[in-house]
Design a protein around this ligand. Structure first.
Ligand SMILES: [Zn+2]
Length: 121
């Protein structure tokens, strides 16, 4: 797989990537050398669709840093993705648990971050 396929929002590209274990099929969001489920090091890095469902949502009123304070209040969501892994991200203020969502990308304290909005049916 090419290097380009591995780049994601953490390096400034509008993509969410995850790993799938070739041995047992488990998926994981955080990049590791080994599968957290079975220990295999045979992992494929794949690009996620950006589709998912809200598992939890919190409106943040107090920011940890002066930079983040300019964005308050902002919504932090946990998303159960269509691919089966769970990720934390920013989201629209009106999101609620169970909503179907689609990722886009936004700037937060100068960095590109995944930003989920309700899927338009
Ligand atoms: Zn595995």
């Amino acid at each position: 797989m090419s290097e380009a396929a591995h780049s994601d929002w953490t390096t400034g590209d509008e993509a969410i990537v995850y790993q799938r274990c070739t041995s047992c099929g488990a998926v994981q969001y955080f990049r590791r050398e080994f599968c957290a489920a079975c220990g295999s090091n045979d992992l494929a890095t794949l690009r996620a669709s950006g589709e998912g469902r809200v598992y939890a949502a919190t409106l943040v009123h107090r920011a940890a840093t002066a930079e983040a304070r300019e964005h308050v209040p902002f919504k932090i969501v946990l998303i159960d993705t269509a691919e089966g892994f769970r990720m934390m991200a920013h989201g629209a203020h009106d999101l609620a648990v169970g909503d179907r969502v689609t990722a886009r990308f936004a700037r937060f304290t100068g960095r590109l971050v995944p930003y989920f909005e309700r899927t338009v049916a």
